[in-house]
Design a protein around this ligand. Structure first.
Ligand code: 5GP
Length: 188
């Protein structure tokens, strides 16, 4: 049976990573795809677990060798999904879960048409900004971030199959888990 590709997206700072990690605790059959990025690691982040933290030169080299399924520039840093990560999921007999910005998610959907797109929505833009500040995710200028988040929320709400409001982490992660399990069941 072919592996399914899940793409979880949402504005930067909405809490995607925490939600995903929680939902995947009970889902051994899903492999979390690790992206490559030129962004420096934040405190506590580990290469090979959170991202492959690489230099600009290494990113260029991967681009040259056509190693990416998709890549994007987000607030001045480059992020890319490695084809080898999706292949790894397949090799392990697992489904793959990609955590991407909205542009990247739509790009993946254009290439893998049966990918399931899940959007994580903040309860409001104000809450999103507060969370970003609290978590030190203040890259880019405020206006730029606000307009990108607004655009992403519009696109996510209309183009994605599933929308989860991250109002409360326990509830929202359970909802994500339920969606993932439901989609896995549909395969059988
Ligand atoms: P952060 O720097 O906060 O970890 O991520 C910034 C944004 O980049 C988030 O929206 C995250 O989902 C997105 N992102 C992470 N990895 C990738 C990737 O491989 N491709 C794309 N297009 N976006 C990514």
């Amino acid at each position: 049976m072919n592996g399914k590709v899940f793409v979880v997206s949402g504005p930067s700072g909405v809490g995607k990573t925490t939600l995903i990690r929680k939902a995947l605790e009970n889902l051994d059959s899903i492999y979390y795809s690790i992206s490559a990025t030129t962004r420096p690691p934040r405190e506590g982040e580990v290469t090979g677990r959170d991202y492959y933290f690489i230099t600009d030169k290494e990113f260029d080299r991967l681009l040259d060798s056509d190693a990416f399924l998709e890549w994007e520039n987000v607030y001045g840093n480059r992020y890319g999904t490695l084809k080898s990560e999706v292949e790894k999921a397949k090799r392990l007999g697992k489904d793959a879960l990609l955590e991407l910005d909205v542009k990247g998610a739509l790009k993946v959907k254009s290439k893998i048409t049966d990918a399931a797109l899940i959007f994580i929505m903040p309860p409001s833009l104000e809450v999103l900004e507060k969370r970003r500040r609290a978590r030190g995710k203040d890259e880019g200028n405020i206006e730029e971030r606000r307009s990108l988040a607004t655009k992403e929320i519009q696109q996510g709400g209309s183009l994605f199959e599933f929308v989860i409001v991250n109002d409360e982490i326990e509830r929202a992660s359970k909802e994500l888990e339920k969606i993932l399990k439901g989609e896995i069941q549909k395969k059988h």
